[in-house]
Write a protein that binds this ligand. Structure first.
Ligand code: ACO
Length: 338
């Protein structure tokens, strides 16, 4: 293997962190006009985890990253790029959460930055890591999806507060010359004309912090739920069919379909359109809700820790989120079995 120009990116390890506090549907029934029955029927969500007041996105990301680095058999000094996907960063402007995580991990003098692609963030990071590795610029890229979504949720709005949870997931993407371990394909896209489907109006240049922001709750996430739902099913189905067709892989041969965990009905509709069996589809939405950029790595970690994900097995990732953004990936798990 050439030390200066490695050819392939491989998914070497996974880690995740879930905060201990659980917010159940029964508790939400006491906060807004909703029922456990409605939430389960319409979303599949039974509970979600909420970070402690003094537990931030970077804390959760750091814990997930520590696990991912050790499971990759690496030390922090081996990491040469730190990337974090989040829409709930520790600070909205600067410094980036990736910089804070790097510091907490003791990683010094290494490039670090955040990206904002909402729920698609983690798969977006796979495209970035792949490009850095295949260009020969980096060898061991730490990618993190971390969210403290509870900080932008209005717990008086029943249409959104039932959906989201907090958490983090991380992976180490390494350079390899072994084609068997290489990503098969990654694809990411966006359509900004749907920006108003999912938006947190403040704080930002349009709505800097003001009395109006607080009074009108512009700092909370707003979603055109039903419109987003329909577009999500259509886009995800098309995207996943395209990546399978392009790579001449049949859906029935995918051991692990790991979609973004936003709503069980979306996952079921896409799985059905692909004729996926139940055992192929990874589900965590019932216990974590929608954790945005953390959703896919948390789901991968779940099947890894339960011994379901084995070295060399193919994962199909598929995600959709604010922007609007969407992305998919086909890649083998190149780490060691737990
Ligand atoms: N409890 C009880 N009733 C409710 C609740 C609730 N928590 N929330 C909404 N309702 C009511 C509505 O008021 C409405 O009542 P009406 O008919 O009297 O007006 C009715 O239920 C139906 O509302 P819809 O919004 O049409 O319900 P829908 O079946 O679409 O479910 C949901 C809403 C769960 C939000 C769904 O639309 C969804 O999952 N959307 C997509 C989410 C998504 O994928 N987002 C992208 C990723 S997120 C990211 O990027 C951060």
């Amino acid at each position: 293997m050439s030390q200066t120009k490695p050819l392939y990116a491989s998914f070497r390890s996974i880690g995740a962190y879930v905060p201990s506090k659980i917010l159940s549907n029964t508790e939400l029934e006491k906060m807004v006009d909703t029922t456990d029955e409605w939430i389960v029927k319409r979303t599949g969500i039974k509970e979600r985890h909420i970070a402690a007041e003094d537990e931030y996105t970077s804390d959760m990301g750091t814990k997930a990253a520590e696990l991912a680095i050790s499971r990759a058999g690496l030390e922090t000094e081996d990491i040469d790029l730190v990337l974090c996907a989040t829409v709930t960063p520790d600070y909205f402007n600067m410094p980036s959460t990736a910089c804070i995580i790097s510091d907490k991990l003791g990683i010094k003098n290494v490039q670090a930055f955040d990206i904002s692609a909402a729920c698609s963030g983690f798969v977006y990071l796979l495209t970035v890591a792949k490009a850095f590795i295949e260009s020969g610029m980096k060898k061991n890229v730490l990618i993190i999806g971390a969210e403290k979504f509870s900080t932008i949720v209005d717990y008086t709005d029943r249409s959104t507060c039932i959906l989201f949870g907090d958490g983090a997931g991380a992976a180490v993407i390494c350079a390899t010359d072994n084609k068997e371990e290489a990503f098969v394909d990654v694809h990411a896209s966006a359509d900004g004309s749907y920006a108003d489907f999912l938006v947190t109006p403040a704080p930002g240049a349009i709505n800097p912090v003001s009395e109006k922001v607080i009074k009108e709750g512009l700092n909370f996430v707003r979603m055109k739920g039903n419109e987003t739902f329909k577009l999500a099913v259509k886009t995800l189905t098309k995207d996943v069919k395209e990546i399978l067709e392009k790579n001449e892989i049949h859906a029935e041969n995918i051991p692990h379909f790991i979609p973004h965990q936003a709503n069980y009905r979306i996952i079921k509709a896409v799985g059905d359109a692909l004729n996926m069996r139940e055992d192929q589809v990874v589900l965590t939405v019932h216990k974590y809700g929608n954790t945005s950029a953390a959703s896919i790595p948390m789901a991968i970690n779940d099947i890894y820790e339960s011994g379901r994900l084995k070295k060399g097995e193919l994962m199909l990732l598929d995600t959709f989120g604010g922007g609007l953004t969407w992305a998919s990936a086909l890649l083998p798990f190149a780490g060691e079995n737990i």
